[in-house]
Write a protein that binds this ligand. Structure first.
Ligand SMILES: NC(=O)c1ccc[n+]([C@@H]2O[C@H](COP(=O)([O-])OP(=O)(O)OC[C@H]3O[C@@H](n4cnc5c(N)ncnc54)[C@H](OP(=O)(O)O)[C@@H]3O)[C@@H](O)[C@H]2O)c1
Length: 241
């Protein structure tokens, strides 16, 4: 029987590429999303991957969502924490709501999904938790104090949990993408993108969602069992750690 993988924010952008790559690698995939029903329906029709709607910012909804996926597909072996949002503002203009929304989704969302999935992975002595952080969680980014804090938090969370999961056959890793061509990045002003961001990327282009998806498929595999607590930096050479 194929292993079950949940991908949060799995119906659009990087998440959609991850869902498709995992499906092509033989996993039974559930793609979670938050509210864009139209994109989710289109994704499901095109890929045949079932979609599940709940917010990762809501712990109870995550626990119920995981139970629903497990009833439909079987026990979750691979959890990909990909869902994320931006609410950018320079700090002096950042509102408490902008801070909270990003922390609730990008950091607490990772707890909310991983915690209900964790005990099952421990009992079955196998699990893969892969979280999509960001280059801006590694280097910090002006205008993104909320996002950088959450994404750096994801790395610390994963390093701690890797130590707890190791003896139970669970690996916990992070991928830090640089700038990837998705709607999130296309929302950036084109002039800023072309004149300020792309010139900072040594390979001279944005990354493709599939380039991140391939990292996920590798970390999810049995062959990656010795890799835990690590961070794969996939950013076209923009920042070295
Ligand atoms: N794009 C980049 O350059 C880049 C770089 C570094 C890191 N990242 C990270 O990579 C991840 C994916 O980014 P992306 O560019 O693919 O984003 P995207 O195109 O904006 O897609 C975001 C996905 O997350 C889902 N989502 C948002 N809030 C959610 C919530 N509360 N509960 C469940 N799902 C939620 C969205 O669902 P709906 O479709 O329902 O809205 C959507 O499927 C994010 O964590 C992002 O921070 C992206």
């Amino acid at each position: 029987m194929s292993k079950v993988a949940i991908v949060t924010g799995g119906s659009r952008g990087i998440g959609a590429a991850i869902s498709i790559a995992l499906k092509n690698a033989g996993y039974s995939v559930a793609a979670n999303y938050a509210g864009n029903d139209e994109a989710a329906a289109k994704f499901k029709a095109e890929t045949g991957i079932p979609v599940y709607k709940w917010s990762v910012a809501d712990y109870d909804a995550c626990a119920a969502g995981i139970s629903r996926v497990e009833a439909d597909l079987g026990p979750v072996a691979v959890l990909v924490n990909n869902a994320g949002i931006t609410r950018d503002a320079m700090f002096h203009k950042m509102t408490p709501a902008q801070w909270k929304e990003v922390i609730d989704t990008n950091l607490s969302g990772v707890f909310n999904m991983t915690h209900p999935a964790w005990n099952g992975m421990r009992e079955r002595k196998f699990g893969r938790v892969i979280t999509i952080s960001s280059i801006n969680g590694q280097k910090g980014q002006a205008g993104q104090a909320n996002y950088s804090a959450a994404k750096a938090g994801d790395i610390g969370f994963s390093k701690a949990l890797a130590q707890e999961g190791a003896r139970a056959g669970i690996t916990v890793n992070v991928i830090c993408p640089g700038y990837i061509a998705t709607e999130m990045v296309k929302a950036i002003d084109e002039k800023v993108l072309n004149e300020r961001i792309i010139p900072q990327i040594p390979v001279g282009r944005l990354g493709e969602p599939e380039e991140i998806a391939r990292c996920v498929v590798f970390l999810a595999s049995d062959e990656a069992g010795f890799i835990t607590g690590s961070t794969i930096t996939a950013n076209g050479g923009q920042y070295f750690v």
